[in-house]
Design a protein around this ligand. Structure first.
Ligand code: NAG
Ligand code: NAG
Length: 332
């Protein structure tokens, strides 16, 4: 009940924020949350130090301290260490804006800036929305079959781009765990591990984090991590579809809806926007997947994400095109 009240309060407070104070950012990027204040000329010269406090409102866990700065000393909230800052001399610039680097989707929310100077206090709020998702992509042929050029092309062919290290790190912060080495845009090869386990220790051994092989020769072969931002259209599972169908039939089914088979990039973007469907469906590249946004034991074992159906137990190969599944269509 208490958490419900907090949630209502949070909803109320977020609707009070003017539109102009909504900031959009993309996964892994750097964002500045504006907060300026003014001080009386008389108080500017006073020896009293300005105290800046940034707080993130949280619907369920209570409010989180992001940072507290006073007279050159800065304290950070646990999840914000090393990635947030305010001007070093806020008094003279009358600016307490918060810079966040490497934003993840879990940074989305409402932030309150509180500036205290003696008895004066100003408060303002900014709302941040972070979009974008990183996903692991394996070619239909086998594990670790893509050289660097093919890896870039593979992401492009599924309506995504090869992810940057900053995007992969942000996705890891949001919980991505994948024990498969993949190319990134800077020609390095990495993989994100939230719980270390045998075979996935990499260079970090027991610690969680993004493992790296460093920059590699472009002819070496790995999987790839792709990035996709907001969906530019709609992905749907045709309501007319009651029987399972082959890949060719799925293609035709989407055409009947004036659409095309969705690509993995589009399905991941739709998943990020909330698409939930517990039926495997054909995609444009011949892969078969489904998106889970509502945890259910019988749908992906209660885990969230896009599930992929592989041909073999060792998680390689796409299903035979004559197999029968559902379909995900895309309309721009
Ligand atoms: C998705 O990618 C395919 C293959 O590269 C391309 O033909 C298609 O136009 C792209 N669709 C959109 C909506 O960008
Ligand atoms: C996965 O299994 C298939 C079929 O058993 C086999 O042909 C393939 O070599 C295996 N791939 C890997 C990477 O182990």
């Amino acid at each position: 009940c208490l958490s419900h009240l907090k949630w209502l309060l949070w909803m109320w407070r977020s609707t009070m924020i003017p539109r102009s104070l909504h900031v959009d950012s993309s996964l892994g990027g750097t964002v500045v949350l504006r907060c300026s204040f003014s001080m009386m000329p008389v108080s500017q010269s006073s020896s009293e130090e300005v105290r800046i406090q940034w707080i993130k409102l949280h619907s369920l866990l209570g409010d989180q301290v992001v940072l507290v700065a006073q007279g050159g000393r800065v304290k950070f909230g646990a999840t914000f260490v090393d990635r947030v800052s305010v001007p070093t001399n806020p008094q003279s610039v009358q600016d307490a804006s918060l810079t966040i680097t490497g934003v993840s989707r879990s940074d989305s929310g409402v932030y309150i800036c509180k500036v205290t100077h003696g008895l004066e206090e100003t408060q303002s709020a900014v709302s941040l929305t972070v979009s974008g998702v990183v996903f692991h992509y394996r070619a239909s042929s086998s594990r670790y079959s893509l050289d660097f050029t093919e890896a870039q092309e593979a992401c492009r062919s599924v309506n995504a781009s090869i992810a940057t290290p900053a995007q992969l790190t942000a996705a890891y912060q949001d919980g991505l765990d994948q024990c498969d080495a993949g190319w990134l845009a800077d020609q390095s090869v990495r993989y994100p591990i939230t719980r270390s386990r045998p075979g996935c220790e990499g260079n970090l051994l027991q610690r969680p984090g993004v493992r790296t092989y460093g920059r590699r020769d472009p002819t070496e072969r790995y999987d790839v991590y792709c990035f996709v931002d907001k969906l530019q259209g709609e992905v749907f599972y045709p309501s007319s579809l009651t029987d399972k169908i082959t890949w060719q039939e799925a293609k035709e089914e989407c055409e009947r809806h004036d659409a095309v088979l969705a690509s993995p990039g589009q399905l991941h973007a739709a998943w990020m926007a909330g698409l939930n469907r517990c039926d495997y469906g054909w995609l444009s590249d011949g892969s078969v997947r489904y998106p889970v946004t509502v945890p259910k034991v019988q749908c992906g074992g209660g885990m969230l994400g896009v599930r992929t159906l592989y041909k073999y137990n060792n998680q390689t190969g796409f299903p035979d095109p004559t197999e029968k599944h559902g379909a995900f269509c895309f309309k721009g």
